[in-house]
Design a protein around this ligand. Structure first.
Ligand SMILES: [Zn+2]
Ligand SMILES: [Zn+2]
Length: 396
């Protein structure tokens, strides 16, 4: 296997940094990534890569066959969308679009995958096929689903699929991943309690009072985590919104009480426990007060679960890129959620984090904050990681 040609890779970087900063200056949010997708498609075509556009609205797929014969195919994914945020940076390539900003590094993810595509297209020294997946709408957890619904994996079947995300909290030059669940599944819920309501001061005994089961329900939610979910598993349930009655009429008992919130979990059996117990608690507590209680649950992103073979391939590519001492193969679980979870729910694969370190001011600006910027010093690491992953995984 060829070593990575440092000089050739270095010769790509000025163009890639310019592309990355151009994307940063022109952020596009979920399913509106038309300019970004056009730039991606134009670059891929210029390098002789087969291009398929508008897969999942604005998604782009590139197909590259290796020089050597092989049956296996892997998918490499970059996300392209920006966030609805105001940028507080003052450098020349700051966002030109009010209220929109590349605050999650997806400009850099797109540039890194373009860099890897260019490198591999110029020297396709691998066996099999690489699919480059440029996905829209990661931040709204809708782009991966849109691409899959558009037949992504039936039109472009892959054996393994991989994702890579910048991580400012981790030092520059480090990689991290973990096998099994890595990021949480998310759900939102809304419980509606209904009773008669009535005169709270004079005649509560003539009414049914929804405030009692609603209050009991909010306390009972925490017993689900403590008493129903195994102590060896984990889950989070939080109430973020309550609505009942009128502040102008505190002597009137409301007839409706809504309690809404979010939950996070790592296993589908835990999801089932959360759903079943929330529904039971609302119903039984409401009936004890002669009210009704109904829960609506919207399942969001599923847990992101790295497959053992995908994770092993990711760790090996990371070690090839930065050396064993700089790779954490047992990254702690995180209760964050990621749209890539939908891809690894369909096909085995792995999601990996790449350390970016603090910004030029020496401060760690986390993703989704107003002074975040993708660290261009990580571009070469990301490209090396992708190229190493392709060469090793497809040569197995
Ligand atoms: Zn994000
Ligand atoms: Zn992101």
């Amino acid at each position: 296997m060829n070593r990575i040609d440092d000089d050739r890779l270095a010769s790509y970087l000025p163009d890639l940094i310019a592309t990355r900063r151009d994307l940063h200056a022109h952020p596009e949010t979920a399913l509106q990534e038309v300019r970004t997708a056009g730039i991606v498609a134009d670059h891929l075509r210029a390098w002789g890569i087969e291009v398929h556009e508008k897969i999942g609205v604005t998604g782009v797929v590139g197909v590259l066959h290796g020089r050597r014969p092989g049956r296996r195919t892997i998918g490499l994914r970059a996300d392209m969308d920006a966030l609805h945020m105001e940028e507080h940076n003052h450098f020349a390539y700051r966002s030109t679009v009010p209220g929109k900003m590349h605050a999650c590094g997806h400009d850099g993810h797109t540039a890194m995958l373009l860099g890897a595509a260019r490198y591999l297209a110029a020297d396709p020294d691998f066996a099999g096929t690489v699919i480059f997946l440029f996905q829209p709408a990661e931040e709204t957890a809708s782009g991966a689903k849109a691409m899959i619904a558009d037949g992504l994996f039936t039109r472009f079947p892959v054996d393994l699929v991989f994702g890579l995300h910048t991580d400012p909290a981790r030092p520059l030059g480090e990689f991290a991943t973990r096998t099994g669940p890595a990021l949480a599944g998310a759900l939102s819920f809304r419980a509606e309690f209904r009773g008669t309501g009535g005169h709270g001061g004079a005649a509560p005994h003539h009414a049914t009072d929804v405030t009692i089961p609603a209050a009991q329900f909010m306390l009972a939610l925490q017993t689900i985590v403590g008493r129903n979910v195994s102590s060896l598993d984990s889950a989070v349930i939080s109430v973020g919104h309550v609505a009942a009655g009128s502040s102008a009429s505190p002597n009137v008992m409301p007839s409706e009480f809504a309690v809404a919130g979010t939950a996070r979990y790592f296993r589908t059996d835990v999801l089932r426990i959360l759903k079943d117990r929330m529904t039971e608690q609302a119903d039984l507590l409401a009936r004890a007060s002669r009210c009704s209680g109904d829960v609506t649950i919207n399942e969001g992103t599923p847990p992101l679960v790295n497959s053992p073979d995908g994770c092993a391939a990711a760790i090996r590519a990371a070690i090839d890129t930065v050396g064993e001492d700089h790779v954490d193969g047992e990254r702690p679980l995180s209760t964050g959620a990621e749209d890539f979870a939908y891809f690894v729910a369909e096909r085995p694969g792995a999601y990996c984090w790449m350390g970016a370190g603090p910004g030029p001011d020496g401060v760690v600006h986390d993703v989704h904050t107003h002074c975040f910027d993708f660290n261009d010093a990580t571009l070469a690491h990301g490209i090396r990681y992708w190229v190493n992953l392709v060469r090793h995984t497809l040569d197995d």
